[in-house]
Design a protein around this ligand. Structure first.
Ligand code: NI
Ligand code: MN
Length: 230
C-alpha cells in the first residue's frame, strides 16, 4: 500500500491501480499540497461530517464518478447532492473489489454545517480499518481516547495507524501515544495537527516518544509518500 499524506487527516491510499482517499479536506486546507481538482480516486472515505474531513468529498465524487463511504446518516445528506454512496455504520464492514473497509467507533461529533450556520445530523463519527493488498491501515478519524481501541487488533493486525495528536478537538500527544501502545502498529503516523494555530504540536517529537515503548512512526509532511509492504 502506498500512502500519501495530504495534510490534516487526509491520506490517499494506492494499491495496484486502485486509489482511495480518506477525509479529502484540500481546497480550504492551508496545509494541503494540492487541490481537489488534482485528485483521481475510486472511492472516498469520510470519517465524519465536520468540514475539515468531509472537505471536497462531493466535488471529487462527482468528477470521478466514485462513491463516498460514510455513516448511513451522512450518506443520506450526500445523496441529496447527487453523489453515489456506500452507507455503513460503526462495527460494519464492506468488501470492495479492491479491499475491505470496517468502520470503527470514534469519540467525536459528526454534525454537518450547512448554509446559514445551521447543522444537519450527520450520525456518529467513526474511523476506518482499510485493508488493501494485505496491508491494514487504521485511520482513527477525530477521536478522544477510548478503551475499546484495544479491541481493534483483534479484528486485524494493524500495520499502520494514523492517529490525531492535535489536542483540543481530539486526542493530544500523550493520549495518542497510549493509543499507539495498545494498537502496536508497525508504523504510527500523527495527523490532525499544525493545520491551524489551536492544534499546533510537535510531530517529530511525538514520533520520537514512541521509541521508548518499542514503536516506530513517521511524521509525514503534506505531499510525502511512503510504501508499506504486506
Ligand atoms: Ni471533527
Ligand atoms: Mn477535525
Amino acid at each position: 500500500m502506498k500512502i500519501t499524506y495530504l495534510g490534516h487527516s487526509c491520506f490517499k491510499l494506492d494499491h495496484e491501480g486502485t486509489a482511495v482517499i480518506v477525509d479529502p479536506f484540500l481546497d480550504n486546507n492551508p496545509a494541503a499540497p494540492l487541490g481537489s481538482a488534482d485528485i483521481t480516486v475510486d472511492a472516498i472515505l469520510v470519517t465524519h461530517g465536520h468540514a475539515d474531513h468531509l472537505g471536497d468529498a462531493v466535488v471529487i465524487a462527482r468528477r470521478c464518478a466514485c462513491p463516498v463511504v460514510a455513516s448511513y446518516e451522512l450518506c443520506q445528506l450526500l445523496a441529496e447532492q447527487g453523489v453515489a454512496i456506500e452507507p455503513m455504520h460503526v462495527g460494519g464492514e464492506i468488501a470492495f473489489a479492491w479491499g475491505t473497509v470496517k468502520m470503527t467507533h470514534a469519540l467525536h461529533g459528526s454534525a454537518v454545517e450547512t448554509l446559514g450556520a445551521e447543522f444537519a445530523h450527520g450520525g456518529l463519527a467513526g474511523g476506518y480499518l482499510v485493508t488493501m493488498g494485505g496491508v491494514t491501515m487504521y485511520h482513527a478519524g477525530d477521536t478522544g481516547l477510548f478503551g475499546d481501541m484495544k479491541l481493534l487488533p483483534e479484528f486485524r493486525r494493524i500495520d499502520v495507524a494514523a492517529l490525531p495528536i492535535g489536542d483540543r478537538f481530539t486526542m493530544g500527544p500523550a493520549d495518542a501515544r497510549l493509543a499507539a501502545s495498545w494498537l502496536r502498529p508497525r508504523l504510527s503516523i500523527p495527523m490532525h495537527y499544525n493545520t491551524f494555530p489551536p492544534i499546533l504540536q510537535d510531530g517529530p517529537g511525538w514520533v520520537d516518544s514512541l521509541k521508548a515503548i518499542g514503536l516506530s512512526g513517521r511524521a509525514m509532511q503534506p505531499g510525502e509518500t511512503c510504501l508499506v509492504l504486506a
